[in-house]
Design a protein around this ligand. Structure first.
Ligand code: C2E
Ligand code: MG
Ligand code: MG
Ligand code: MG
Length: 288
């Protein structure tokens, strides 16, 4: 009996694997048309200054409204888009939309004083880094929208930059020289040599969610506290700003603030949402 149940489970797992493979294949072939049909959309998640709690900008996170499967998160289709090369036009589309959106936020909040113009963070995949059009496309997009380069932050994962040679770093350096911020995303997951940071044209460290998870209790695990404290002091010593991802509770926010982290992002503040939500969140700060 147990054996036959096991057998059934095995068949079921097989069928699921098949279904997943079929879906993966189906999604891959549907990707190019999806871009033409405007099935992608962007949600924005606020970036909050830990010192005063004000919203300073947002990270752009792409989604796919698939006609059969509903809303798909980036983890479902970004790897496929990277594999097929569609990530280059898709990434350019995300950048263009996000930059225009940031300009619109700034227009609507230009009377807000003290915290500076709202900014936008956009994720770059490794394929975009090696694509020769990256710098010129970014310059064109910023100019067309009328957005200052320093209102844009491009996020590159630590793993994409590990072992990157100078050819790969050159476009990032040029963007950084123009005033675009470069953030090292998911920092702490890639086992990179900390001394290596000096060589990279980055101005922001985004501490991975795994560190934030260690701060769930108050007080947090003393070893976790020491590690984050060390990273923050190293980052600040190198003139880098520290952003923390995945802040889900007030206790986490408070401990990360006490550790000297600069900016936070997470469900405690807001889930990713439509662009107009950022207006409301930023306005709340301005008035009260
Ligand atoms: P990421 O850049 O590290 O983005 C943060 C992820 O953490 C997002 O997942 C966000 O929704 C999620 N998150 C934010 N706050 C919390 C929290 O408090 N708790 C938890 N558990 N999760 C939180 P999402 O939207 O599924 O994006 C996943 C990844 O997909 C991103 O990770 C990024 O690497 C990639 N991605 C998203 N949009 C783009 C894009 O336009 N281009 C490229 N190349 N990659 C993108
Ligand atoms: Mg990111
Ligand atoms: Mg991240
Ligand atoms: Mg992450």
């Amino acid at each position: 009996r147990a054996k036959s149940a096991g057998g059934n489970r095995y068949e079921m797992a097989d069928a699921e694997a098949d279904a997943r493979a079929i879906t993966r294949h189906g999604l891959t072939t549907a990707l190019p048309a999806a871009l033409d049909r405007s099935e992608f959309f962007i949600e924005y998640q606020p970036l909050v200054h830990l010192g005063d709690g004000t919203v300073r900008g947002a990270e752009a996170l792409v989604r796919w409204l698939h006609p059969q499967h509903g809303v798909l998160g980036p983890d479902r289709f970004i790897p496929l888009a990277e594999h097929t090369g569609l990530i280059v036009p898709l990434g350019r589309w995300v950048l263009e939309q996000s930059v225009r959106q940031a300009r619109e936020w700034q227009e609507r909040h230009k009377d807000k004083v003290g915290t500076g113009p709202l900014r936008v963070n956009v994720n770059l995949s490794p394929c975009q880094l090696t694509h020769p059009g990256l710098v010129q496309d970014t310059v064109d997009i910023l100019e067309r929208a009328g957005l200052e380069p320093d209102a844009l932050c491009l996020e590159v994962t630590e793993s994409a930059l590990i072992g990157a040679d100078d050819e790969v770093l050159k476009p990032l350096r040029r963007l950084a020289e123009m005033g675009v911020d470069i953030a090292l995303d998911d920092f702490g997951t890639g086992y990179s040599n900390l001394a290596n940071l000096r060589r990279l044209p980055v101005s922001v460290l985004k501490l991975d969610r795994s560190f934030t998870q260690g701060m769930q209790q108050f007080p947090a695990d003393p070893v976790d506290l020491k590690i984050v404290e060390g990273i923050v002091s190293l980052a600040h010593g190198l003139d880098l700003t520290v952003t923390v991802e995945g802040v889900e509770t007030g206790a986490q926010a408070e401990q990360l603030r006490l550790l000297g982290c600069d900016t936070a992002q997470g469900w405690y503040y807001a889930r990713p949402g439509p662009p107009d939500r950022l207006h409301e969140l930023a306005l709340v700060d301005a008035t009260g």
